[in-house]
Write a new protein. Sequence first.
Length: 254
Amino acid sequence: MEREDFRSAGKNAALYPGSGRELPLVVLNCFEGDGSSELRALKALQEKTDPAEEELRFHLLALHIPDWRKDMTPWPAPPLTPGETPFGGGADDFLGDLAAVIIPEARARLSEPPSRIFIAGYSLAGLFALYALYRSDMFSGAAAVSGSFWFPGFLEYAREHEFRRRPEKLYFSLGDREGRTSHKLLRTVPENTAGLIRHYRSQGIPAMWEENPGNHFKNPSGRTARGIRALLEQYSGNRSFPDFGSVSACAANS
């Protein structure tokens, strides 16, 4: 992939075009970095599973999101601890820029339109990735990696609203120690994530679940790469959708 950098709607973007025809585009929102560490992790995964395949058959658009607490949150909320910056609730505004400006500019730089568009993110960007499916019909699926589903009111919002389009697939993952914290709100992450997965599966929406070793801060690039790979895996409608394990384990560690 030959990287192309550009700036759009006030955001720094790194576009890694894939090799081949009719490739999907993955949008990755990053608190820091440019997507290169996630790309390296994806290549390492591919070397283990598909050593004969030299190219990654997708496009990656990595966006640097400096105002993380504003752009990645669906509505305003107080900070987790006193003295921190409150959450700004600017996700709808950023999603508007993404749909109207940023993604169209990325598409114009590709040799042909992507076959579909997925969205992925870690932590608050995982929350945003799932929220984006409620507010826009341009995404075929989402990977919420260590998603911040402690966010006040989000579980209720997800249960009371419908996606703009039925996703092809959803991916969720957490570290097995993420619920082990003294913070009352953060302790709800495993239970809330499990509740979301059960909700989507009850509607027949393919929702993949994976548990990783460690707390929230362990190996974010590697975990994100696993989520992106899961979104990109092809599957047949004649066989069951891959499931990494029982969702009940998610809440059991809280």
